[in-house]
Ligand binder design. Structure first.
Ligand SMILES: [Zn+2]
Length: 268
């Protein structure tokens, strides 16, 4: 490795780690409907502002042994993990692709999907701003020069994919409501799938549905339960609310698998 590539890699890693910190801010603030661009970070437990030298990606977490300096309460390993994933992904993306359009597109998508993944994991929701972000980016990529990625870059095919994605979930929601009188999935899932359709075309929709179905049913088979109903509670705007979804197992894993699938597809 020559020196200039090494320096480039260090800079890319640092930028990736910093964006990882920003992703953590988004994961914490977006479900609380707080803005993410301004305001200093603070400890979620004792609310003390975090000093800049305790806010260095990865290093601060390690040097403080995963605890807040002020209240000594444990900080979730998620903070470390997200920064690491973001940093390494930036390295992979920017060292693998010569095409800067492709690199920036993948980096933006990766960050949004990381935020979605962790918010969904904790709160069972996908904030609209994230889904719309993906939809806009996925639409705009049609106007970029040839990216040489597995994305569809034809406006017509991309739009057909987006519509197919949205309605594939909309139909499931409708059928669930009609026959089971419950909400199987939310509109967030439909928007998420619209984003996938816009990126990869309609062909990806049956594949994702199949993959997700396979995952759900094999997990059910392994744990030999017909349905895995968690009477889940989630915190919205600081207050505890019962989830509307009566069988969140399906919808939650649906989202997560979609996200994982996409992140994986993006990076390969
Ligand atoms: Zn604290």
């Amino acid at each position: 490795m020559n020196t200039s590539i090494f320096i480039f890699a260090i800079i890319v890693l640092f930028i990736g780690l910093s964006f990882g910190s920003f992703v953590n801010v988004c994961i914490y603030r977006l479900p609380k409907k707080k803005q993410v661009l301004f305001g200093r970070s603070f400890c979620p437990k004792c609310k003390k502002k975090i000093k800049w030298f305790d806010n260095i990606p990865l290093i601060s977490f390690l040097s403080l042994d995963g605890k807040c300096r002020a209240c000594k309460k444990k900080i979730s390993p998620q903070y470390f993990f997200v920064e690491l994933v973001s940093g390494l992904s930036f390295l992979m993306i920017f060292l693998n692709y010569d095409n800067y359009y492709a690199s920036f597109l993948l980096a933006i998508l990766l960050l949004i999907y990381l935020v979605i993944f962790f918010i969904d994991l904790k709160h069972f929701i996908i904030p609209d701003v994230l889904n719309y972000g993906i939809i806009i980016v996925a639409f705009l990529k049609n106007f970029l020069p040839d990216l040489n990625l597995s994305f569809i870059q034809d406006i017509k095919l991309s739009l057909i994919g987006g519509i197919a994605g949205f309605f594939s979930i909309w139909i499931i929601i409708y059928l669930y409501k009609t026959f089971k009188k419950t909400e199987g999935m939310g509109m967030g899932d439909a928007k998420l799938m619209a984003g996938i359709g816009l990126l990869f075309g309609w062909q990806s929709i049956p594949f994702v549905l199949f993959l997700v179905g396979l995952a759900v049913y094999s997990i059910r088979f392994i744990f030999s339960c017909r349905s895995w109903t968690i009477n889940g509670y989630a915190i919205f705007n600081g207050k505890k609310e019962k989830l509307k979804v009566t069988n969140p197992f399906w919808s939650i894993h649906y989202n997560r698998w979609c996200n994982l699938f996409l992140v994986w597809r993006c990076l390969i």
